[in-house]
Design a protein around this ligand. Structure first.
Ligand code: SAH
Length: 598
């Protein structure tokens, strides 16, 4: 079968038959401007009305042998097989295309089922062999392609006209069509949007990938000297050294988020991965420069060079670091390198783990009458023979101080030994917090002397920090974080998470709200820590998130699919998800109670 779409405007078409099947063919033909003659001894009411309105010529009589030959296209839809055969033979011998309803053997063409959105037509056909499949697929596509595709296809047609008028070379034209399509169509969700006038103007401008150019022509675009997100020749780049906070995505600052959302490139440490906004636009360049305790996959000099290079391309660059960039983050060195290269930079401080993590572990670092100073230190350096050393002797002498040690897992035994040797009380309360402020937070508490052994028994791994001082005792009463009903849960929910997402967060779950289709940034966030559950509110969400199940944070044997609709649960089971739970009561309260029960 060879698919074609016919222009039937003004063409003479014959429909033999006057029932409901015939009527459907007639309506399809007149909608396309065909000149329709209906031959039938008896006709259903709507055909008579069409005749009255002069939309068709209705001849109330029997089919006359041979008359099919005078038409361009012929349809037979009578309930008399003999008449149908006659019409078919007449047409075929005259070289006229003929379709006989429900009789593929008598057809020289079939009609595909179609979904129509303006000039966009999706046709489905099975060469007449499995009409039941065709009907179901059509119904499915009819549901999936929303009405917005009509306006979209019109915009696409206008855009094509405008691109062609530019007289560009082929590959330049294709590049603009790509921009139009990729920016307006969500292929996973099968959704489309009509682009804004500024976007269209930009895609038609000489430098279509550069935001702002569409309006720059009338004097409003970026000015020279101001960095543009994507970069452009002749513009100065800007590097923002942004502190991403200690792990809880909610602890990123407003300015940090603002800089990220308008960045052209983001260079991030693994420690900062959970701070990446899941809704970071998919076209922002993401550079992971690793940096985990013990191994530095990308050497510091290379990171510096990368920042300088990106900035020199004129980009707005965000260097995203865990906690605060200037607290044990080597942010100072990066800033020095940028200053030396003459690159504009700024610092957006972050919530440092040394202050936030104690808070999430129930420890106020200062407390009236108990601790009047806090020392942020790294024991890491003290293992090295050369270089500046922590003065353990001075720290050990002050019982009214709190010590917070970064990069503390491997150097803890050494630090404790030095403090005790310098006279610190062996019974001083102490704690180690692993992955503080996240769903994976673990807190180990003991006396100073016993802390290294306790940490070893619990197999604590970086990132972790230690807290030493009498204030640690307050964790007995101030542990708010671990006590919330959903603490320890890390849940994925499609964006917008709505009231349910907000409630889950309030109840202590770490909620990862991912846009669909899933963005590259969301993928980084999903993979940063183990997930415990996934909220599915529709079969479509199940489909979209199913593709993420191979990701690093996703252990299918552990992740529970909390399904709010029977159809979502059905779809998840069909896709092979394990641990599918259907929640018949969809109110946030009931959902949370079900999750707490497990
Ligand atoms: N600039 C960062 C620190 C970078 S050094 C900041 O201001 O927080 C890395 C160390 O920070 C880790 O080894 C660990 O000691 C500490 N750290 C960072 N995030 C942490 C977290 N979520 N929980 C516990 N310690 C953390």
């Amino acid at each position: 079968m060879y698919p074609v779409t016919l222009n039937v405007t003004g063409r003479r078409c014959l429909v033999v038959g006057g029932g409901w099947v015939a009527l459907r063919k007639v309506e399809g033909l007149i909608a396309e401007g065909a000149q329709v003659t209906v031959v039938t001894p008896e006709a259903v009411g709507p055909l008579a009305i069409l005749q009255k309105n002069q939309a068709i010529t209705l001849e109330k009589r029997a089919y006359r042998p041979g008359e099919a030959a005078a038409f361009s296209l012929v349809f037979a839809a009578t309930d008399d097989r003999e008449v149908n055969r006659r019409v078919s033979e007449d047409a075929a011998s005259a070289g006229v295309w003929v379709n006989v309803a429900d009789d593929p053997a008598l057809c020289t063409f079939h009609l595909p089922a179609r979904v129509r959105r303006g000039s966009l037509q999706l046709s489905i056909a099975s060469a007449g062999e499995s009409p039941f499949v065709v009907r179901r697929l059509r119904a499915f596509l009819e549901r999936r392609f929303g009405p917005e595709w009509t306006a979209w296809i019109e915009a696409a047609g206008r855009f094509r006209g405008a691109v062609r008028a530019l007289g560009l070379p082929r590959d330049e034209m294709e590049r603009r069509y790509d921009l139009f399509f990729d920016s307006t169509v969500d292929t996973r969700q099968i959704r489309a949007r009509v682009p804004a006038a500024e976007e269209l103007a930009r895609w038609l401008s000489p430098d279509p990938e550069k935001p702002g150019t569409g309006r720059a022509e009338n004097g409003k675009g970026s000015q020279v000297g101001v960095a543009s997100p994507d970069g452009a020749r002749g513009r100065a780049g800007l590097v923002s050294l942004v502190g991403g906070g200690p792990g809880d995505a909610g602890l990123l600052t407003l300015r940090g988020r603002q800089r990220l959302m308008s960045a052209g490139a983001v260079v991030y440490d693994r420690l900062a991965a959970t701070a990446l906004p899941c809704d970071l636009p998919a076209n922002v360049g993401l550079h992971c420069v690793g940096k985990e305790a013990g191994h530095h996959p990308v050497p510091q000099e290379e990171i510096n060079a990368l920042l300088v290079r990106l900035a020199r391309e004129g980009k707005r660059v965000v260097r995203l670091k865990g906690g605060d960039p200037y607290v044990f983050g080597r942010g100072g060195e990066e800033a020095e390198a940028l200053a030396a290269a003459g690159v504009l930079f700024e610092v957006v401080p972050g919530v440092t783990s040394g202050i936030a993590v104690p808070a999430y572990a129930g420890v106020p670092p200062t407390h009236r009458q108990e601790a009047v100073q806090v020392t942020l230190l790294t024991a890491h350096e003290s293992k090295k023979v050369e270089g500046p050393q922590v003065r353990w002797d001075l720290l050990a002498a002050d019982p009214h101080a709190t010590l917070v040690g970064y990069m503390g897992v491997t150097s803890l035994p050494h630090a404790v030994e030095r403090l005790i040797a310098a006279g610190m009380n062996r019974l001083t309360p102490a704690a180690v917090v692993e992955r503080g402020t996240t769903s994976a937070q673990r807190v180990i508490r003991s006396t100073l002397a016993e802390l290294p052994a306790a940490v070893e028994r619990a197999s604590i791994e970086p990132p972790a920090l230690f807290i030493i001082g009498t204030v640690v005792r307050h964790a007995d009463t101030l542990d708010w974080f671990g006590k919330r009903p959903l603490s320890g849960e890390r849940l994925v929910i499609a964006s917008p998470g709505g009231d349910l997402g907000a409630e889950l967060d309030m109840c202590g779950a770490e909620v990862v709200e991912v846009p669909l289709p899933v963005t590259p940034a969301a993928r980084v966030v999903l993979g940063a820590l183990p997930l415990t559950g996934c909220v599915l509110r529709s079969p479509e969400e199940a489909d979209a998130l199913d593709e993420e199940r191979d990701g690093p944070g996703w252990d299918s044997s552990k992740v529970v699919a909390w399904c709010l609709r029977p159809a979502a649960a059905e779809r998840a089971r069909f896709l092979g998800w394990r641990n599918v739970v259907h929640l018949p009561d969809e109110t946030p309260g009931a959902v949370i109670r079900a999750m707490v029960r497990g």
